[in-house]
Design a binder for this molecule. Structure first.
Ligand code: BYC
Length: 470
């Protein structure tokens, strides 16, 4: 199914046939462009080598070209409809999926779409200044790619709000441009999206850990009985894969450079040699992982039980699960805190679905750790591995919120935790060192000295290709 680029809003949803909806979205479009101008990337460019979606099918969906960023064609692209698709879970299991929103699920569904939509512009806002300090044109181009696609993901949610939620949907779509990351008066909805992304190590950690939450949340919404949401998320997941690639390979390259410097200078303290010490990388990892865990909500939640039972939000890879997909009698093992100890208890699986999703996410995060430790070992650094901190470390949401848990999983007092903090989370001095390395390198083929070059260019282009022109 190809996308119509002759329209003012490119789309594959026959927008031209619904004049009211088209007009409503066309009146939201200038507000979006205004927001992009005010809150999007601050670095002016002539053009950037970007991919743009041209179709939604399995093969060949994207086109690469030099694009003037403000003229990027943001649009509405849903994966193809499967006319036989049926609800895979919950009380409506086996029934045909919904093309319209059932009245009784309106507010819950709108809430989920608004929360999802809120994260997309938030991340653009968080990353808006990174263009000033990119370590290469290759990296700068990737930043712009991530940003324009997050902008498109906002379009994806706004389309659903306008097309299916009437007046309140239009109001929510407007509000998505009014909240801002880190704002005192009207912050973004979820915690991690109000944190700063002030440097490129943070950006790589964010795209590894926080975008990965996006992968898992979108994966559950892709299972939704509300078919337009499912189809939107299916296509968003395709774009999302590149964002996580940026994170994974970004951290790869920082770790590789650090390992080389450690070996060359026979020291852990690579800061004087222009590298980022492994201990600092670990602290950034601890921070981004723990705030991303908060994005899964509480370990037990009646919200998620209701979302599942009513068919709004499924599980990760729902259809591959070998159970009844209803879960009324199922139990699952969840951590609990009991008298100052972390124990486990069997709880109803339905209320523990956030925990279920988080468990899959944690296993996925661990693959990065294994990969980075392999890079360290292959560069002759052994006995110094990176690791994921305990799930209870530095948490603000759920069971562990308010507890003082060390990265290795010990419950300690507030004073001991505060005393340990400088060894576990980035200190002002760590941030100042990372910040001191953030100098733009904008000569084609050149790379900053604090990270290794990428393995390959973009879309078969050489590394010294002029990915961004000023
Ligand atoms: N911060 O019942 P609970 C992405 C609220 S990332 C602040 O425990 P529930 C992306 C919660 O809203 C993916 N508030 O949790 C990545 C609830 O409030 P109400 C984003 C929080 O509802 C990078 C109350 O606490 N998508 O796409 O089962 C770049 C009790 O919550 C937080 C989604 O999240 C928090 N961290 O699950 C760009 C999918 N956590 O309703 C993009 C849609 C919880 O009582 N959202 N609360 O007022 C959801 O599925 C669910 O809303 C959540 C929470 C998973 C977020």
């Amino acid at each position: 199914m190809s996308i119509d680029y002759t329209e003012r809003i490119p789309n594959n949803v026959n927008l031209a046939e619904d004049r009211r909806l088209q007009r409503a979205l066309e009146s939201w479009q200038p507000a979006f462009l205004h927001w992009w101008g005010e809150m999007g990337p601050t670095l002016p460019t002539q053009d950037v080598y970007l991919r743009t979606a041209v179709a939604v099918g399995k093969e060949g969906w994207a086109n690469f070209a030099r694009v003037k960023v403000p003229e990027y064609r943001w649009g509405i692209f849903l994966a193809e409809r499967d006319p036989d698709r049926r609800i895979a879970f919950g009380q409506h299991k086996g029934e045909p999926v919904w093309q319209q929103v059932p009245g009784e699920h309106r507010s819950s569904l709108q809430r989920l779409i608004v929360v999802q939509g809120d994260t997309e512009p938030a991340s653009v806002e968080q990353q808006r200044r990174l263009g000033l300090t990119a370590p290469s044109l290759y990296d700068l181009r990737n930043l712009f790619q991530v940003n324009v696609e997050e902008g498109r993901h906002l379009w994806a949610m706004v389309y659903l709000l306008h097309a299916h939620f009437g007046r309140t949907g239009r109001d929510e779509a407007e509000a998505l441009l009014l909240r801002n990351s880190g704002s005192e008066d009207s912050p973004r909805i979820l915690g991690a999206f109000n944190e700063e992304t002030p440097d490129w190590l943070s950006f790589f950690m964010f795209t590894y850990f926080t975008d990965r939450d996006g992968k898992y949340q979108l994966g559950t919404l892709k299972e939704s009985a509300f078919d337009p949401l499912s189809r939107t998320c299916e296509f968003m997941l395709k774009e999302e894969a590149h964002h996580m690639f940026v994170g994974t390979t970004g951290v790869d390259r920082v770790v590789e450079r650090t390992a080389v410097l450690m070996r060359e200078h026979d020291t852990d303290d690579v800061a004087p040699f222009g590298g980022i010490p492994l201990a600092v990388i670990q602290k950034y990892l601890n921070f981004h992982y723990s705030v991303s865990l908060d994005l899964f909500g509480g370990e037990t939640s009646t919200n998620v039980a209701n979302y599942f039972t009513t068919g709004l939000k499924g599980r990760w890879q729902e259809e591959r699960r070998r159970d009844d997909h209803v879960l009324t009698d199922a139990v699952t093992t969840v951590e609990q805190i009991d008298g100052g100890r972390i124990v486990t208890a069997d709880l109803p699986a339905l209320t523990a679905l956030n925990h279920d999703l988080r468990t899959a996410y944690i296993a996925d995060c661990q693959t990065g750790i294994t990969r980075w430790n392999r890079i360290l070992a292959s560069n002759g650094v052994t006995g110094h591995g990176l690791r994921l901190p305990h799930v209870g470390f530095n948490r603000k949401v759920g069971l562990f919120a308010g507890c003082h848990i060390t990265p290795d999983g010990r419950i300690v007092g507030a004073a001991a935790w505060e005393a340990g903090r400088p060894a576990w989370l980035p200190t002002p001095a760590d941030k100042a060192h990372v910040e001191s390395l953030m100098r733009p390198v904008y000569e084609p083929g050149k790379i900053a000295a604090w990270l290794a070059p990428p393995r390959n260019g973009i879309n078969g282009q050489p590394l010294d290709y002029e990915y961004v022109r000023f």
